[in-house]
Design a protein around this ligand. Structure first.
Ligand SMILES: [Zn+2]
Length: 210
């Protein structure tokens, strides 16, 4: 009776670089490059205080975020979110151009750069949805909800549907005059893009933008 050969086992000196080298060599899992752009961009944001590590990774442990969504976010943050560049690399296509629009494909293009009407509407909708969630969280925390004096996060009807307060200047698409220095030209003010929120804290002359 033939016996199948017992699997070859050996010890790895550690669970870090030795394990990584093993996985890459035997299972083609591709080395994670810590000097690559994605890693470097994120580290810069953490170091200069623009991003908060605990907050930006909270989605990983949140029960409100479906597993599939967590995977997509992870792929976006680390690089392998499938797009035409991957298709070319895997020899599934010969063109790096998007099938929907004539531009070069990338993860960033899919999530926020595409100008195709349908995709652009989806991007705006996703942006407004995320902003309304932030607005809701601010409104729930203490009394800061009433300190939001301007917003650009979708229609007032949407805010009403979610029982969110409507700022006085909600319908105006122009950035309030008082947000700019005294002699700031109106021409430039009218063409300035509106911040998602303008939140004025009770301390006079202290303005925070989000
Ligand atoms: Zn596009």
């Amino acid at each position: 009776m033939a016996h199948s050969p017992s699997p070859k086992l050996w010890y790895l000196p550690n669970h870090r670089d030795a394990l990584q080298a093993h996985m890459h060599f035997f299972h083609k899992l591709v080395n994670a490059k810590t000097e690559a752009n994605y890693h470097a961009y994120y580290q810069t944001l953490i170091k200069d205080g623009t991003a908060n590590g605990a907050t930006s990774n909270a989605y990983l442990t949140s029960s409100n975020v479906p597993f599939k969504t967590k995977c997509i976010i992870m792929k976006y943050k680390t690089g392998p979110l499938y797009n035409q560049k991957h298709a070319v690399l895997l020899k599934l296509s010969t063109s790096e151009t998007r099938p929907l629009c004539p531009q070069a494909d990338s993860a960033l293009h899919i999530l926020s750069g595409c100008q195709h009407t349908q995709i652009r509407n989806m991007i705006t909708k996703r942006h407004n949805l995320a902003c309304r969630m932030i607005f809701k969280a601010i409104s729930k925390t203490g009394s800061l909800g009433s300190c939001i004096v301007s917003k650009d996060i979708g229609s007032s009807e949407r805010l009403t549907m979610q029982f969110l307060p409507i700022p006085e200047t909600a319908e105006s698409r122009i950035v309030p005059k008082w947000l700019f220095p005294f002699h700031f030209p109106d021409k430039d003010r009218f063409t300035s893009s509106r911040p998602d929120f303008v939140l004025v804290t009770p301390i006079a002359a202290k303005t925070q933008e989000q």
